[in-house]
Every structure is written in C-alpha cells, then in structure tokens.
Design a protein around this ligand. Structure first.
Ligand code: BDR
Ligand code: CA
Length: 308
C-alpha cells in the first residue's frame, strides 16, 4: 500500500479523484490538503469534507494556501460552478478541517515517511512550493510527486499555451519544477484522452446513494460545460482521477523523461515546455517524467469500478 497525500482544489474532477483514491486499496491516504484554485480554499475545503462525509471517511483534511505566490487569483465558475461542485451541495459538512496548516502537514509527513511518501496534486502547486521554500531539504526526501497539470505536446486549456493548474500559480510551478523533485507529470497530453461518457451518469443516478447522486449532479454540470466548450468531445475529461490512477496502476501510462521548464514570460505564461537546450537548468538529469500515452479504456473501467 502506498502512503499518499492528495493535494486538491475541489473542483468536480477533484471530487471524483477523492472518491477514486478513497476507494482504492492500493493507497493509504494519510490526509487531504486543500488549496484555492477553481474556487476559494474555504470552498475547496468544504467540498472535500462533504465528499468525504458521503464516503463515510474520516481521513483528515488540512486547509492550505488561499492565493498564488505572485499573481492575483480570479474565479470563473465556468467548468465547476461558483461553489466548485456545480451547486450540487445543499448542506454544509458536519466535520471541520484540522487546525494544522496544509503546508506543515506536507512537511511533517515527508519527514516521517520520506521515500515511502507520494504526493498527488490536482490543483495549483502553491502548497508544495510553500513547503519547499519553508524547508528546502525535503526535496531530497520525498518519494514521488504525481501532478495533474501542464500540457507539453498539446495546446493548453486556460490559454493556448497553458493548462489551468499551472497558469493559476506559474511561479509556484516554476519553483517546483526547478527544485528537481521526482515528478510524474499527468498533463493534458493524456488526461484529454480519458473521457467519461454521459451514459455513465445514468448508472450513478440509478444507484441512488447520497454519494452517487451528488457526483452525478456535479459531473452533469461539468459535462454540460464540456459540451459547450468542446462540442467535438464525447464526454468530459477525467483529469484529476488520472493522477490517482497513475499511482494505483503505473502501467496504464507511458512516460518520457524530460527537462521541463515553466514559462514565466507574459505572452506564454504557464506553458510547460521541454527545455531541449537546457538553458533553465544546470542539472544533468531530466526533472520530470511526462505521461504521453495512456490506456484510457483500462483506466476508465478501473475508475468506474472504484468510484461509486
Ligand atoms: C485541471 O483544472 C481543473 O479544472 C481541474 O480540476 C483539473 O485539476 C485541468 O486543467
Ligand atoms: Ca483540480
């Protein structure tokens, strides 16, 4: 069983990733850390606690960063709704987040479990960047970072170059990629290939549990936004769940080692680009394993078996 921290900005597909991780016996979830991203950190924490409540899970939740390192955060509500879960949550969660800050929890757990610890991130990299700034020696201690973010050989989804999680806090991403942490990048190159079809939501509805109804309602919102923005796709992308799938079943993706740099130039801000000439690093080994191929049939089947 892999010891895992999940760092989220819950978000509809983050909610699916949480349900998937909690339902996966390959993972021992030590805690969930939250950040702002698609919504404020208060809302992403609320959403996380609510999903865990429906999963009847007591996994502790640690509230984290509420803004990017440098940029100003704006929230759109376009894909996830103004509350992050497509207005599907009707009552507040019974449980609260722990008093320890997410950044301190991440540092503490890296110190305790070192190479046995995997951090999965499904939001902007602000919490991790703060942890690296606060206690830089943890860089050489952590086992693995698996990060949903970036677009290396495919266009962005927030701008023509940049993926949303990276451009929300490009300075944090820049710190993380320059740090030489062991990163597996689960970007749009693969997550765009993992589509959930709308017919699956009927199965969730017919199960009729609080969890399946909440996930179906929220995911319907996400699918409607997909239909409007990407009419040529048959379903919605399982971005964040794929990062969990890469940890439970690493064989579902093929990765390529690369030197990845995060662009901070204004006109291509947040682009995750291969630094072929290695002008951004003095390192002699690639800093990232980028996922380029995924067995999407196997992944989606696996996800559906575990999530509801
Ligand atoms: C990422 O941005 C958010 O919309 C999703 O939750 C995912 O983490 C995809 O670009
Ligand atoms: Ca997310």
């Amino acid at each position: 069983m892999k010891k895992v921290i999940l760092d989220v900005d819950t978000g509809i597909d983050d909610a699916l990733a949480i349900a998937y991780a909690v339902g996966s016996p390959e993972i021992e979830l030590l805690g969930i850390t939250t950040t702002y991203g698609m919504v404020t950190v208060d809302l992403s924490s609320r959403n996380t606690l609510k999903i865990l409540e429906h999963l009847q899970s007591a996994i502790p939740v640690f509230k984290g960063s509420d803004k990017p390192l440098v940029r100003t955060r704006q929230y759109s509500g376009k894909f996830h709704g103004h509350d992050g879960l497509g207005e599907a949550v009707k009552t507040p969660p019974e449980r609260r987040a722990e008093s320890q800050h997410a950044v301190d929890f991440i540092i503490e757990q890296i110190r305790q479990y070192e190479k046995d610890l995997t951090l999965i991130t499904t939001g902007p990299l602000t919490n991790l960047a703060h942890a690296l700034i606060k206690e830089p020696d943890i860089i050489h201690k952590i086992g693995q970072v698996v990060s949903m973010g970036g677009a290396v050989a495919t266009p962005g989804n927030a701008t023509k170059f940049a993926e949303a999680n990276i451009i929300i806090d490009p300075h944090a991403a820049n710190i993380v990629f320059k740090s030489e942490l062991p990163i597996i990048l689960v970007g749009l190159d693969v997550t765009r290939k993992t589509l959930l079809k709308s017919s699956e939501l009927d199965n969730w509805r017919s199960q009729g549990t609080e969890l399946s109804l909440l996930l179906a309602e929220a995911t319907q919102f996400y699918m409607n936004a997909y239909k409007e923005n990407y009419p040529y796709l048959d379903g919605c992308a399982l971005h964040d769940p794929l990062a969990v799938g890469v940890v439970t079943h690493p064989e579902i993706v093929k990765t390529v080692p690369m030197y990845i740099d995060v662009d901070l130039d204004e006109d291509s801000l947040g682009r995750t680009i291969e630094d072929v000439l290695r002008t951004s690093t003095s390192s002699t080994s690639p800093n990232t394993h980028v996922c380029f191929e995924v067995d999407s049939t196997q992944f989606v089947e696996h996800f559906l078996n575990r999530v509801c």
